[in-house]
Write a protein that binds this ligand. Structure first.
Ligand code: GLV
Length: 330
């Protein structure tokens, strides 16, 4: 008998087929979001789970399923997983870094540019039939080229955004991160490390790309927004909860900053109602990595991790991208 795994959200059929080669697979083909009780029940008898950001694996879920061995997350972020609880129980966690870096950086740039150049706001105006003539100040925005790009969180995606800004658009790039990146990468990205207040004060376009954790909760709230230029934009492609959405909506309504671009939200898929009332914000439904090729690469990498983590396939026992590799050594 093959070991049983749960694919907790709908995913590419060809990736499910790969899993079926090794496992008895239960797929959530309806793609309903399971509540905790349903997840606990669906995991009964499963040694592995193919998860996404909406699948929360915590101590309670683990204790109700002591047979679970591998959690393969199809996302680079893993704030949905209680990694210490998994490690303590010998459960391997994996994520999908690298394969999404460039597509996500492309989208960060697209969202920042749409925000600075008021693309969706002006399209809505046109669709409402309000456009009657060209005017010198119709939807004037701010330049990207030659401006200062501030990056909060300088991991792989932050660096990919820095490269686009510095080399593609002649931007001056500054960043803030828990720790400084190497001189060599700073030189390659033409990026200069600054403290957080300097980042907030000097950025024309602030890009948030840091992981979410208790420590980064509301890293940008009313106090931080008050330090930004009134002409600045803020783009968040990282996680909801890093920005205080209520404070951001207030700052946007008061034109304390010029505009924002948000791909992620606190408590998504709910969006703070005050954000829906302001016109100077571009809103997208968590799609930064959403190209066909990248989503397929992410799904295949999650499958590779699940297969190898459970001791199958050519990389048996050596999953490509573990989050808690210490479990493998236990
Ligand atoms: C998407 O948000 C991811 O973490 O991959």
């Amino acid at each position: 008998m093959k070991p049983a795994v749960l694919v907790a959200r709908a995913v590419f059929p060809e990736v499910v087929e790969r899993l079926r080669h090794h496992f008895d697979v239960e797929v959530n083909s309806d793609d309903r979001i399971f509540n905790k009780a349903e997840l606990v029940e669906r995991l009964h008898g499963k040694v592995g789970v193919f998860a996404t950001g909406s699948v929360a694996i915590d101590a309670e879920v683990l204790d109700a399923n002591p047979q679970l061995k591998v959690v393969a997350n199809m996302a680079v972020g893993y704030d949905n997983l209680d990694v210490p609880a998994c490690t303590a129980r010998g459960v391997l966690c994996t994520n999908t870094p690298d394969v999404l870096t460039e597509s996500t950086a492309d989208f960060g740039f697209a969202l920042m540019m749409a925000t600075a150049r008021r693309v969706t706001e002006s399209e809505h105006y046109l669709r409402r039939g309000e456009w009657s003539k060209w005017s010198y100040d119709l939807f004037v925005g701010s330049d990207i080229h030659g401006s200062t790009l501030g990056i909060l969180g300088m991991g792989r995606i932050g660096q990919a955004i820095a490269r686009r800004g510095a080399h593609g658009f002649g931007m001056r790039v500054i960043y803030h991160n828990r720790s400084r990146i190497s001189d060599a990468i700073e030189a390659e990205c033409k990026a200069r490390y600054v403290d957080k207040p300097t980042l907030l004060r000097e950025s024309d376009h602030l890009m948030i790309v840091m992981p979410y954790s208790k420590e980064t909760h509301h890293s940008v709230g009313a106090a931080e927004l008050a330090m930004m230029k009134p002409t600045a934009t803020l783009t968040n492609i990282a996680r909801g909860g890093i920005v205080d959405d209520a404070a951001l909506a207030t700052a946007l309504a008061a034109r304390q900053i010029a505009a924002a671009g948000l791909d992620v939200f606190e408590g998504e898929p709910r969006v703070h109602p005050d954000l829906l009332k302001v016109s100077n914000v571009v809103l997208t439904p968590h799609i930064a990595s959403a190209t066909v090729a990248t989503r397929l690469a992410m799904a295949n990498l999650a499958a590779d991790n699940l297969i190898a983590g459970l001791g199958f396939g050519p990389r048996s026992g050596k999953p490509p991208t573990p989050i808690n590799p210490e479990v493998l050594r236990q």
